[in-house]
Design a protein around this ligand. Structure first.
Ligand code: URA
Length: 244
């Protein structure tokens, strides 16, 4: 059971504030009876809810791509920092979208958001091994020994080992890195473990979705079916991405 105004706002009908007025005006019926209390509890699986005589459908499921700028935390709420939710238009926030995984405050790039619990779970599930591709500027020069170490599985500073990953050097101090898990600060820690501290990090692709030319700070809705987990060809994926 949940509040009538919350359920209608999550269905994308209007904002909570607008809905209070709509409900008080007698425009909403639950099981054929007019309800004027926005806080009335309803059962979204059993009750028939109508607005202006039309049945209100179930929540619209969406998948969003955000080009996250540095300086925003991946959180729905934070007492100190700006959150990525501040970059999401109200029409999507009303639908209850949440970030799929995290990017560090200092990391830029592709952050996906959804209100579809199954998509969220599938993209994050360690068993699915969905590839994420990063561009890094870093100290030092990545070479064949580093590529082999990534393939073998990097051991982090705390003794934890990573799944086999891919490193594709682009020249002095620039590399592409593909990983398929999401440990805390993983790319930065993997590169540090090879003596190549990261100075700039950007996620350019996630599960076959690439950032493309989406401007910094912009949001784009994509079809839910777009996300798959294709095998990772790092050089080919990198050729479809734009680096600083
Ligand atoms: N790895 C990192 O170190 N930071 C991120 O934001 C994502 C992956």
């Amino acid at each position: 059971m949940q509040r009538l105004d919350k359920l209608l706002s999550e269905a994308g009908v209007a904002s909570r504030r607008e809905l209070k007025a709509i409900i008080r005006a007698g425009r909403v019926q639950v099981n054929g009876k007019t309800v004027r209390d926005p806080e009335q509890k309803v059962d979204e699986t059993a009750d028939e809810i109508m607005l202006d005589g039309a049945v209100v459908g179930k929540k619209r499921m969406v998948l969003l791509m955000l080009h996250k700028p540095a300086g925003y935390v991946t959180s729905t709420d934070d007492p100190r920092d700006q959150t990525v939710m501040e970059l999401i238009p109200e029409e999507y926030r009303r639908l209850g979208v949440v970030p799929i995984g995290r990017l560090d405050k200092d990391t830029e790039g592709l952050l996906l958001l959804t209100n579809d619990g199954a998509v969220n779970h599938n993209l994050l599930s360690p068993r699915r091994h969905v590839w994420k591709l990063y561009y890094a500027s870093h100290e030092g020069l990545a070479g064949e020994a580093d590529m082999a170490a990534f393939e073998a599985g990097i051991t982090l500073e705390n003794g934890e080992t990573c799944l086999p990953a891919k490193l594709h050097p682009l020249g002095s101090g620039r590399s592409l890195i593909a990983i398929r898990e999401g440990k805390y600060h993983q790319v930065r820690r993997m590169m540090a473990a090879r003596g190549m501290p990261v100075t700039y990090l950007k996620r350019v692709a996630f599960g076959g979705l690439t950032l493309g030319e989406l401007p910094l700070g912009a949001v784009k809705e994509v079809a839910l079916e777009t996300v798959q987990s294709p095998p990772c060809d790092i050089a080919q994926a990198g050729s479809r991405c734009f680096f600083p």
